[in-house]
Unconditional design. Structure first.
Length: 75
């Protein structure tokens, strides 16, 4: 598991955990976006939920980061 996803592990489903920290990391290092996107494939529902939260917040500011994933998202 990559470092970004490790930050999204654990805790309660009602909490966003460290997803806001992950957002800041990705905004500063957009090349890490693919590592975050892998969270959608993680079997842990908490990681999936927090991945979705972080991706939504990141792409509100940098929508172009989703361009490589259009086929996956709209398949």
């Amino acid at each position: 598991m990559n470092t970004v996803l490790k930050m999204l592990c654990g805790g309660d489903r009602r909490s966003i955990g460290r997803s806001d920290e992950v957002v800041q990391i990705i905004l500063l290092q957009p090349e890490e976006f693919d590592n975050l996107f892998q969270g959608f494939y993680d079997p842990d529902p908490i990681i999936k939920m927090r991945t979705a939260d972080a991706v939504e917040k990141i792409t509100a500011q940098k929508p172009d980061l989703l361009t490589p994933y259009k086929k996956i998202l709209w398949a």
